[in-house]
Design a binder for this molecule. Sequence first.
Ligand code: PAZ
Length: 340
Amino acid sequence: MADSSAQRAESHYFTHEPPPKDLKTNTTLARAFITRHADEGRRVVLVTSGGTTVPLEQQTVRYIDNFSAGTRGATSAEYFLQNGYAVIFLHRQFSLLPYSRHYSHNTRSFLDYMKEENGQVVVDQQHQDQMLRVLRQYTEVKRENRLLILSYVTITEYLWNLREVAQLMRPLGPKAMFYLAAAVSDFFVPQDRMVEHKIQSNEEFLQGAGASGGGNTKPPAARTEGKRLVIDLEPVPKFLKQLVDGWAPEAIIVSFKLETDPSLLVKKAEYSLKKYSHHLVIGNLLATRKWEVVFVSALDGEKWIRVPTNRRTKSFSGMPSLVGSADQLTKKDIEADDSI
Ligand code: PAZ
């Protein structure tokens, strides 16, 4: 069982942070999905993807966000689906989705893939092969009902959904996998330290500094002091311990670690593996995440996987990218270049 401080942190968090409005709908959908695939003997993976927001006001005008576009999660979900898994894709609303990611969030509009022919809209010849391949994969997945798409926006919505779905997956034992690629905020504004209305910048309109109450005597976590905006965030409890020990103790758990300082990446991945005793930490650096990752596991130690230089394409952000070449990338390609 999880240690009691982790349990206390869990209990405090979920008592004080209200569940999202669509949680019941999501759990109903997830329960039916998990039951159906369990009956068919299939493995089920929960892929989390995209960033989480930290709202500063209850009626949220301003929030803190992070860079994640959901590329890793959406791309990985396709690979899990190709390998027979049923996928619950818990993603940040409007971030990349499996399959449609090939045609969205790009400088190119999806209309650029089309043309008019005899009064009909058709796919332009140069895109036929790739779109047909993606469409066939997508159609098969839909026919077999193997992809359930759920969304969140805030850190609290993310954590509520993660906990509920994890507990529903518990009966699957080792046929359940968690692939936690979402970029989850480490800091947040607790509900009882969050002001209700838009934080005012004009001193003439400053309201009483009242947060939503709940007996917290601290000032609101985000507030103006004079002309300055002061933000005093609290740490988000670490829920990986609870996932590993309490919510889904038999499941395969893969977490991600993002760093910007290369000297910290492997150390922090090893630290996480030791602390939570799960199966695998995949480490990546912000600047190179599109073409190299490091796998850190108790079984294999540290293992780098790199996209060969000639397979790195330019993404729309100008960064070399795995996107676009990933589909043609075979295991052999990866292994051929993983020696450094
Ligand atoms: O979503 P994306 O493809 O732009 O980025 C992926 C990523 C870097 C968010 C992911 O690989 C990752 O490391 N997630 C965990 C981040 C963390 O909380 O450390």
